[in-house]
Every structure is written in C-alpha cells, then in structure tokens.
Design a protein around this ligand. Structure first.
Ligand code: ADP
Length: 241
C-alpha cells in the first residue's frame, strides 16, 4: 500500500508542526521519520494513522483519500513506545485482541484465531510465552509481542512511534532486526518514528529527516549519510545521540 502526503499543514496555535509536507512512501518500503524532539514526526505519523486531523492537505492510501476512511478500516497496525499490551490479558489474548473486536461478519472463528495467533507468536519466537502475562516478560519480549499484535489483523501499513525508545541499547539492536524481518515477511509498508540516527540508518530503506515541521532531506541511508542536503542534516548526523 503506497502512502502519499500532499501539502499537509497542521498547526497547534501559531506553531506549524507540519509545515506543508509532501512525501511519497512506496508500497513495501520501510521509511524512518528521523529528527530531534519536537520536529513534528509523531504528529505526521498520527495524521497518517487517522488519529489526528490535518488543517489542510491530504493523505492518500493507494491513491485514495484516507481522510474519508474510518481509522479501523484503514488497515493500519500500530506499535508505540509505551507498551501497548493489556496488563490483565495474557499474551495469547493480547495478540488475539484485534481479531476478536472485528465486526461479526469478518470475525474469524475461534480455531482460526488460535491458528493465527500461534503462527504470529512462533514468528517472533515467543510461542512458549502464550499463557504468561505482560508483567512476566522482559521489555524486549513485550515489544516483540506488540509487533505480533499489530500484525495480527494483517495490516497493509505498519506505523511505529519510537517503538524501542524505552529499551537499552542491546535490546534495541535486536528489535531492529525483528522489525526488519517482520516487515519483509508480512509485506507491509512501514513508517517508523525515531530520533536515533543509528536506528534509522540500520533499519530503514529510506530516511526522511525532519526539523521544525519541515522535511530537510528525503533519501536512502547512504545518500543522507554521505551527502547531507542541508546544514541542519549535517549537524544532526554529527551529533552523537
Ligand atoms: P516529535 O515527534 O518530532 O517529537 P511532535 O509531533 O510530537 O514532535 O511535536 C511537534 C510539536 O508540536 C512540539 O512542539 C509539540 O510540543 C507540539 N504539539 C504536539 N502535539 C500537540 C498538541 N496536542 N497540542 C499542542 N502542541 C502540540
């Protein structure tokens, strides 16, 4: 599913958080929105998700105006920084959740749900934890479950907001590989917000560098790293964060 952002403007008061953004994300790409805190990454992601309304401009999913589609019909999976798992449900039920809340007409049978959930848990190699509860898992395991959960509804688009932000460096590195692998295996189009340039360089097919609501550069990791397009990009990449 391709995503196209056209002339997107979003203001909070007088602050232009998305200042006339134009961006095309091709089907199957894994794109990082990279920039410092406050540059508008999360707001752009939330507008793509349909969780926030733009003041003007549009977001097209596969050429169709997504603003006319309800959030639950957009075929989008989410993973957020703060563990989005339900503490009172076991791991199996957490992953099954998106399937159980489907309208009756499209809801899979119990046997189908079981098969699907166990397949996903095997994919993230955590099927042995199906009966456990979130608090019994490590932070890295929880985010692998969060990825499995987002993928349970077979989204065409996966949106991730600093998904590994709260974790230590070693676990983050491991999760980057999981994200890349799941992205490729599930044939999704993924947009992922980070302020960590190493994360963006390692995982993404393409990096969109944002600053103060604008796109400073949009290119492959090599292009951005070897040929910073603006003084801001040069300086941002030079900072060790
Ligand atoms: P980033 O994800 O790059 O850190 P955000 O999109 O979260 O940036 O925020 C961009 C700017 O918009 C920040 O200055 C933030 O304070 C402001 N902002 C975000 N959401 C709101 C809101 N609901 N109301 C007012 N200001 C907001």
């Amino acid at each position: 599913m391709s995503i196209e952002v056209r002339n997107l403007v979003k203001r909070f008061g007088t602050l232009a958080v998305c200042d006339n953004l134009n961006l095309t994300i091709n089907s199957g790409e894994l794109v990082a929105l990279l920039g410092p805190s406050g540059s508008g990454k999360t707001t752009l992601l939330r507008i793509i998700a349909g969780l926030e309304k733009a003041d003007s401009g549009s977001v097209l999913f596969h050429g169709d105006d997504a603003t006319r589609t309800a959030v639950r019909e957009r075929n989008v999976g989410f993973v957020f920084q703060h563990y989005a798992l339900f503490p009172q449900m076991n791991i199996f039920e957490n992953v099954a959740f998106g399937l159980r809340v489907r309208p009756r007409a499209t809801r899979p049978s119990e046997a189908q749900i079981r098969a699907k959930v166990m397949d996903l848990l095997k994919l993230v190699q955590l099927d042995w934890l199906a009966e456990r509860y979130p608090h019994q898992l490590s932070g890295g395991q929880r985010q692998r479950i969060a990825l499995a959960r987002a993928l349970a509804v077979e989204p065409k688009v996966l949106l991730l907001d600093e998904p590994f932000g709260a974790l230590d460096a070693k676990v983050r590195k491991e999760l980057r590989r999981w994200l890349r692998r799941l992205h490729d295996e599930m044939h999704v189009t993924s947009v992922f917000v980070t302020h960590d340039q190493d994360e963006a360089m390692e995982v993404a097919d393409r990096i969109v560098v944002m600053n103060q609501g604008r796109i400073e550069q949009d290119g492959s990791p090599d292009q951005v790293y070897d040929h910073p397009a603006t003084p801001f990009v040069l300086q941002f990449l030079g900072d060790v964060n």
